[in-house]
Design a protein around this ligand. Structure first.
Ligand code: AMP
Length: 430
């Protein structure tokens, strides 16, 4: 029987897998420079955690959760995002009692039962950060710029940062009244989702992508007229500080985000490839005030974002084309004859301990076939070892790019490899 891959899931291997892993590493190390620490939380949580926090009016909770009863009869859901789990972890472990803000980054798989399409999966990877504890627009800007600079760093030179404010609680309540008033005699002609949103969270109607509905939404009241002076000032401070760092943004007053918990500043990062590919937002986030208290902790303002790693990876593949990184190794050892195999094997193990990426063929194959393997493995160098080389402890090191060949003694091998290849990344970081 041949097993089929599940709809909306994918297998990543070779350069796809390599680059996803690399993105996680790069984003993690940039987040560390901003003072964030890694946090790992479970893949599944009590369903109620998500209904309370992400919100019952959101599509994610309403339509997209993978929910089941476990063998003990508990109502469980696979996480549809990581923020709620991080908040739960902060409460469970009383992390809020530490110095604030708490700054954590995460990377993990999330699950949403969505209609699969380009850039939209049912299981995908999110990298994100949460800065919890202090209501200060500096933290909003710090977080927005961390996301912006991380995306620039990995190769998105022309990023579109969309930003909006949902105001504070009183601004939002006044705005919702105005929206309800505007939509009340139009809602019957709008899509079923909008009709549901009208009842549960009227703000979310602004997020509707249905073309006919968009025509109605276009003339809806704008948040700007309902913002308190305090909320206006807060937003202006954010924009000014972004300007100071030359971070370009576009104010989008229809941006409300799909999750119920946001207040004040919300933002999305977009990128449209030169061939026109638009995968939607590659990252998004915002400020939230009540999430921690909703899951049983103190009321602390927070801000965070999440990136979709598959979308980022897919766009980088288009942007970088040939340069898109393929798996490679530093050195492929080519051994000539049975008697050199063990010697080569032990040398390979020694070089691996020095953090070089080394491989060899452990079967008997001709030099030609082994060279082909070296090229297929994308090796930078080949080290050729015949019985004579083994006796003399001196080998030929061939650069597989330039085809240049040099002779090198065993004693000088590690230093020479270090010079031509550089020690492995791991060794550099130590
Ligand atoms: P959200 O948690 O909805 O704010 O999403 C954050 C980011 O996750 C988005 O900007 C996308 O890059 C990514 N994302 C959201 N949904 C999906 C999906 N179904 N498949 C792949 N990536 C997604």
């Amino acid at each position: 029987m041949e097993y089929q891959i599940q709809r909306g899931t994918y297998d990543a291997y070779d350069e796809e897998a390599l680059n996803l892993k690399k993105l996680e590493e790069i984003f993690s190390s940039i987040a560390s420079t901003y003072g964030y620490n890694y946090i790992k939380t479970p893949t599944y949580e009590q369903t109620e955690l998500f209904t309370r926090s992400v919100g019952e009016s959101s599509d994610i909770v309403n339509k997209e959760m993978f929910t089941f009863l476990d063998k003990g009869g508990r109502n469980i859901s696979l996480r549809p995002e990581l923020t709620a789990g991080v908040m739960r972890a902060i409460v469970t472990n009383k992390l809020y009692a530490r110095d604030l803000p708490l700054k954590n980054f995460y990377c993990g798989n999330v699950f949403r039962y969505e209609r699969p399409q380009q850039g939209r999966y049912r299981e995908f990877l999110q990298f994100g950060v949460e800065c919890v504890g202090i209501n200060n627009y500096f933290h909003d800007v710090e977080t927005i710029s961390l996301g912006y600079k991380s995306l620039k760093f990995v190769g998105f030179s022309h990023l579109i940062l969309k930003i909006n404010t949902l105001g504070d609680e009183s601004s939002r309540e006044n705005y919702k009244i105005a929206l309800r008033d505007y939509f009340k005699d139009k809602i019957s002609c709008m899509c079923p989702d909008c009709q549901r949103r009208f009842e549960t969270n009227v703000l979310r109607i602004l997020d509707c992508k249905v073309e006919e509905d968009q025509k109605i939404i276009k003339d809806a009241p704008k948040i700007n007229s309902y913002l308190s002076q305090e909320a206006k000032d807060y937003f202006q401070n954010v924009l000014d500080l972004l300007d100071e760092q030359s971070i370009e943004y576009v104010i989008d007053d229809t941006l409300v985000r799909g999750l119920d918990y946001y207040s004040q500043v919300v933002f999305e990062y977009h990128y449209i490839a030169s061939d026109g590919t638009n995968l939607g937002a590659i990252g998004a986030g915002g400020h939230y005030d009540n999430l921690l208290s909703d899951v049983g902790g103190p009321k602390l303002s927070s801000v965070g974002f999440a990136f979709g790693l598959e979308r980022i990876n897919a766009l980088l593949k288009i942007i970088e084309g040939e340069k898109y990184e393929k798996p490679n190794i530093d050195l492929y050892i080519i051994h000539l004859g049975e008697e050199t195999k063990q010697y080569s094997f032990l040398l390979m193990q020694e070089l691996r301990e020095a953090f070089f990426k080394v491989d060899m063929c452990l079967e008997e194959k001709s030099i030609k076939s082994q060279l082909k393997l070296a090229i297929r493995k994308n090796a930078k160098f080949a080290l050729i070892i015949g019985s004579e080389e083994m006796q003399k402890n001196c080998f030929n090191l061939k650069n597989l790019n330039t085809q240049e060949q040099i002779e090198i003694s065993y004693e000088n091998l590690i230093d020479k490899l270090d010079e031509v290849i550089g020690l492995g990344d791991y060794e550099d970081e130590k």
